[in-house]
Design a protein around this ligand. Structure first.
Ligand code: GLY
Length: 382
C-alpha cells in the first residue's frame, strides 16, 4: 500500500477486476487515482472461471448484453497484450473456443435456436453431431448427441488478470489504500470518501465498483443506491494427471443442471458453478460441490480421477435485468461501475474504457447506454 494522498482526481471503491481495470485505464489518461479496497482477494474474480463467451453465455432476449459482450471481447486481445507487455504477467488468455453439449433432443433444439439467432447476427456458430463432438473432444462421454461450437468464445485466467491489472495500475501511479470506506457528499455532490478509521480522502470523482457490495455503498442517498444483489457461486479447481483432456471450454446442461469445464493450459480444470440466492453466506455448501462434480463427471468421465485442489466461493453482482450498472449515479461526482453479474471478467475491458472516457471529460460509449444507473434503483424497483 502506498502513502494515502489527501486528494485525488478519482477514488475507485473496490479493487476487484472491474475496479482495478477502471483505476488502471483512468491513470493512463493522466488522472491521479486512488484505489480503496478492504481485502484484495475477496472479489468475485477469485471464483470466476474466466469464460469470455458472449454467445455461449447468451440467454434469450439479452441482445443489449450480447452487443456489449461482443464489443468487450473485441477489445480483449489488445487489453491483455497491453497488460502483459507492461507488467510481464501472462493473463492466461486463450483463443480456445467453446462447445456447448446437448444432453438430449430438447437441448439440441434449444442450441439450434441459439445457432439460428447467432447466424442472423453474422456470428460464427455451428452445430456438431455426436461423432464430430467426439473427434473435437475425445475425452467426452460417449453417446452425447451433439452440440453447438462457438469458435470465438474464449477464456482468460481471472486471478492472473487481476494481478496484472493491479501491477499495471501501480506502474501508472495508482495508489492502493486498504480499508472500507463510505462516500462523503458535500454541497449535493460526492467530494471523496471516509475510511473506517475516520481518515477522509478527497476526490473530484468517486467510482463505486464494489461488485456485489455496491448496493450498500455507504453515504449515498437511499433512493440512488443501485439494485445490485449477491448471487453466490461455487467453482471447483481440479487437476488431472498427464496431458490436458480438453482443448476447449465445454458447457452443458445435465438433467436440467448447467455445468461448465474450463481447461487451463497447465492441465488444471475449473468446474462451475452453483448459482444461489443466499445473501453473503460464504460457507461451502456440500450439495453444490456434489452437483458440480456429478454433472461435470457425466460429461468428462475421467474427472473421477482428478485431485480436487480448491473450492472457491464468490458473489456475482446480480441485477434485475442481468445488465451491468455503469455511469453517473444521480449524485454528482459519483459514478457506478457494477452489476456485471455473470460477465464481470469479459466486460472489464469495455467498462474500464467507458468509465475512463467519462472521467476524462467524454461520454459513455453508446454500447454502454443501456447500462445507465437510472433504470434500476433500489427504491424504484422495490
Ligand atoms: N460466468 C459464469 C458464471 O457466472 O458462473
Amino acid at each position: 500500500m502506498g502513502d494515502q494522498p489527501e486528494t485525488s482526481d478519482v477514488i475507485v471503491l473496490g479493487g476487484g477486476v472491474i475496479g482495478a481495470a477502471v483505476a488502471w485505464r483512468s491513470a493512463q489518461r493522466g488522472l491521479r487515482v486512488t484505489l480503496v479496497d478492504p481485502q484484495t482477494d475477496a472479489g468475485a474474480w477469485r471464483a470466476a472461471a474466466g469464460m469470455l463467451a458472449p454467445l455461449s453465455e447468451l440467454h434469450y432476449c439479452e441482445t443489449g448484453l450480447l452487443r456489449l459482450s461482443l464489443e468487450s471481447l473485441e477489445r480483449f486481445p489488445g487489453f491483455v497484450s497491453e497488460l502483459t507487455e507492461l507488467t510481464g504477467v501472462a493473463t492466461g488468455f486463450r483463443r480456445c473456443g467453446t462447445v456447448t453439449v446437448g444432453w438430449d433432443g430438447a437441448d439440441l433444439a434449444g442450441l439450434r435456436d441459439v445457432q439460428a439467432f447467432a447466424q442472423q447476427l453474422g456470428l460464427d456458430a455451428s452445430m456438431v453431431t455426436g461423432r464430430e463432438l467426439r473427434s473435437l473432444e475425445p475425452a467426452l462421454a460417449t453417446g452425447l448427441p451433439g452440440g453447438l461450437l462457438a469458435e470465438n468464445d474464449h477464456q482468460v485466467d481471472p486471478r492472473l488478470l487481476h494481478q496484472a491489472l493491479l501491477a499495471a495500475g501501480a506502474l501508472e501511479g495508482v495508489v492502493q489504500v486498504r480499508g472500507t470506506a463510505e462516500v462523503v457528499a458535500r454541497g449535493g455532490r460526492a467530494a471523496g470518501v471516509r475510511l473506517s478509521d475516520g481518515t477522509q480522502l478527497g476526490a473530484g470523482t468517486v467510482v463505486a465498483a464494489m461488485g456485489a457490495w455496491t448496493g450498500g455503498v455507504g453515504g449515498v442517498p437511499r433512493d440512488l443506491l443501485p439494485a445490485v444483489r449477491p448471487v453466490k457461486g461455487q467453482t471447483l479447481r481440479l487437476r488431472l494427471p498427464g496431458a490436458p483432456r480438453l482443448s476447449r471450454v465445454v458447457r452443458g446442461v445435465v438433467r436440467g443442471s448447467a455445468v461448465y469445464l474450463v481447461p487451463r493450459a497447465d492441465g488444471r480444470l475449473v468446474v462451475g458453478a452453483s448459482s444461489e440466492e443466499a445473501g453473503y453466506d460464504a460457507s461451502i455448501r456440500a450439495g453444490a460441490v456434489y452437483e458440480s462434480l456429478r454433472d461435470a463427471q457425466t460429461l468428462l468421465p475421467e474427472l473421477g480421477e482428478a485431485v480436487l485442489e480448491e473450492v472457491a466461493v464468490g458473489f456475482r453482482p446480480g441485477t434485475p435485468d442481468n445488465l451491468p450498472i455503469v455511469g453517473p449515479s444521480g449524485l454528482d461526482g459519483l459514478l457506478l461501475a457494477s452489476g456485471h453479474y455473470r460477465n464481470g471478467i469479459l466486460l472489464s475491458a469495455i467498462t474500464a474504457d467507458g468509465v475512463a472516457d467519462v472521467l476524462s471529460g467524454g461520454s459513455l460509449p453508446d454500447v454502454l447506454e443501456p447500462c445507465a444507473p437510472g433504470r434500476l434503483r433500489q427504491v424504484a424497483s422495490a
